[in-house]
Ligand binder design. Structure first.
Ligand SMILES: [Zn+2]
Length: 98
């Protein structure tokens, strides 16, 4: 949320650590690229959205969370296998390669 000239990110503390890192990275992407938008991350929905800003935030999150070094070390694995290794949805992993 953009509140009184401050960018605020609220995280649900019921999320597990992996989900929290994903939501934080995604919302950081919005804070940097779409600072005046109020965006809500909705589990099982946000990852499937095709809007331009959600795709940009998901790409940002994957760039932040999955390093070039990790991909280089695991280049023999498929997107499906990398998805299972990292715990991130295949659609997100696919964005990392675009
Ligand atoms: Zn979003």
């Amino acid at each position: 949320m953009y509140l009184k000239k401050h960018k605020c990110i609220f995280l649900n503390d019921n999320l597990d650590e992996r989900e929290m890192r994903l939501v934080m990275a995604h919302e950081l992407g919005h804070a940097i690229m779409h600072p005046k938008e109020n965006c809500y991350f909705i589990r099982n929905k946000t990852l499937l959205l095709n809007s331009k800003i959600e795709i940009e935030a998901n790409k940002f999150a994957m760039e932040l969370l999955i390093s070039d070094e990790f991909l280089e070390e695991n280049k023999c694995y498929t997107i499906n296998q990398i998805s299972r290794m990292t715990g991130y949805h295949e659609n997100l992993i696919r964005l990392r390669f675009e």
